[in-house]
Design a protein around this ligand. Structure first.
Ligand code: PMP
Length: 309
């Protein structure tokens, strides 16, 4: 599920493709001194028709703009310019054998404590194997998600991943692949880089973003798929103890995709439950173009961007 850190040949910075080693920031800028940035992780898949499409790209752009607004980082890039940058870096690095995941980040390169803030749009893209992720063991972390008035989960900024990182390290020491973070009320917020789906008595539940989760694009898509399949889907707070007695559990996100859960805090769960297995199979058929859903959006990269193919 996790991306291994790769060193691709190129990155995108300052409005153009640059060699990887030249994609550097100055130690004096707020991107470094205060970790000031907002970002989006986006995923591209090869489909069965031979097209390479980036899923929900416009929704990612809109969330990037919302995160930037909340941190008062100007974002002068239009959607068309953002899309062009994405197509350039992915088109530069793409190979036929593998899918790609890209990180598109607005790093603050000029300004000080909110004065004269300027950002650069910097993109890195990584190869991903075309595999459907296997079920994993999940734990519940002792680390908490911050509240909306401390470090809002709604803002996709890298400082928001400090607790996730600590939670993953905590999980690793207990042999869990990922961890659930609870919020300050002891209820389920989300996992370290994905949202939580729980099934009880034939209904899918997920916590609303106000419980301390990112406004997930994948979750909205899974909700739409559930609607198509007439499976009830409800957003409501989830107690810690509810996930321990769930009929089925999964995590979902752009990078995580849809991962079924084998066990939670050492308690076995059924990773082959009917509801989440059905959604998982449908998810992977849709991203590969084997099936359609009215809610699915993909931006096909035009051939002119594909440098090596
Ligand atoms: N929560 C966190 C903390 C995440 O990093 C992600 C991945 N972006 C998600 C949830 C899922 O969001 P999305 O489906 O939009 O990728």
């Amino acid at each position: 599920m996790a991306t291994k850190l790769q060193r691709p040949d190129y990155a995108y910075m300052g409005g153009k493709i640059v060699p990887w080693d030249q994609a550097v920031l100055h130690i004096g800028c707020e991107a470094i001194t205060r970790g000031l940035n907002v970002f989006e992780g986006i995923k591209g898949y090869w489909d069965i028709h031979g097209n390479f499409g980036i899923v929900f790209l416009e929704k990612h752009y809109k969330r990037l703009v919302r995160s930037a607004r909340l941190l008062h980082i100007p974002c002068p890039w239009t959607y068309e310019q953002y899309q062009d940058a994405v197509f350039q870096i992915i088109g530069q690095l793409l190979s036929k054998e593998r899918d790609m995941w890209a990180r598109t980040t607005l790093y603050v390169v000029e300004g000080h404590w909110g004065e004269g803030t300027k950002a650069d749009l910097i993109l890195t893209a990584y190869h991903q194997d075309k595999v459907i992720p296997e079920p994993i063991d999940l734990g519940v972390s002792t680390w908490q998600r911050a509240s909306d008035s401390a470090l809002p989960a709604r803002i996709k900024t890298s400082s928001n991943y400090q607790m996730g990182r600590l939670a993953r390290m905590e999980g690793k020491s207990r042999n869990y692949s990922d961890m659930i973070l609870l919020n300050g009320h002891g209820r389920v917020a989300e996992a370290t880089g994905s949202c939580v789906l729980m099934v009880r008595d034939g209904v899918i539940y997920t916590p609303p973003a106000s419980e301390g989760a990112l406004e997930s694009i994948t979750l909205d898509f899974i909700e739409a798929m559930a609607k198509t399949l007439k499976i009830p889907f409800v957003r409501r707070p989830i107690d810690h103890t509810e996930v321990l007695i769930a009929d089925e559990l999964a995590i979902c996100g752009t990078l995580a995709e849809l991962v079924l859960i084998n066990s939670i805090d050492g308690l076995p769960l059924n990773p082959n439950g009917p509801i989440l297995t059905t959604l998982r199979e449908r998810f992977f058929r849709i991203v590969r173009g084997e099936e359609t859903d009215p809610a699915f959006e993909t931006s096909i990269i035009p051939k002119k961007y594909m440098k090596k193919l």
